[in-house]
Every structure is written in structure tokens, then in C-alpha cells.
Design a protein around this ligand. Structure first.
Ligand SMILES: [Zn+2]
Length: 79
């Protein structure tokens, strides 16, 4: 099982990205959960037709969320 060791993390990341791609997001305009990814980094609300650019695989950048979380944890440690 040597090959699985190298493929596991990438596989997990892929699954996660694939998952968020299929999800629907809340529209910032009409607040309905009908925003779907229409093409690379482009999202469209099925309800009001609003179009917005987002991250490639989810509407909010997951990298940014993680960075914010890490920063707040670092702050706690310093107190
Ligand atoms: Zn909308």
C-alpha cells in the first residue's frame, strides 16, 4: 500500500473541493440559497440572476477562512 500513502492527501483535498462545488450558497442580494457555480470562479443566483466572482471551488475563499481562524488561535495563545 505504498501508493495510497502519497495519494491520500490529494484525494482528500479533491473530494473536499468537489463537495463545495456542488453546494448551493446564500445569495448576498436576495438571501436565498440559490447561488450555484456556473463556471470557473463565477457564481450565479438562480433566483434573482445576480452574478458574482468567487473562489474557484467555493463562494467564500476557504483559504481566507483558515487564515483568519489560525490568526485568532494565535492571539488566544498570547493572552
Ligand atoms: Zn439572488
Amino acid at each position: 500500500m505504498r501508493t495510497a500513502r502519497y495519494g491520500r492527501k490529494i484525494r482528500m483535498l479533491y473530494d473536499k473541493a468537489d463537495d463545495s462545488r456542488k453546494k448551493r450558497y446564500e445569495c448576498p442580494k436576495c438571501s436565498k440559497r440559490s447561488v450555484k457555480r456556473v463556471s470557473y470562479a463565477l457564481w450565479e443566483c438562480r433566483s434573482c440572476g445576480a452574478r458574482m466572482a468567487g473562489a474557484a471551488y467555493s463562494l467564500t475563499s476557504e483559504g481566507g477562512e483558515t487564515a483568519r481562524r489560525v490568526l485568532s488561535e494565535e492571539k488566544k495563545k498570547g493572552e
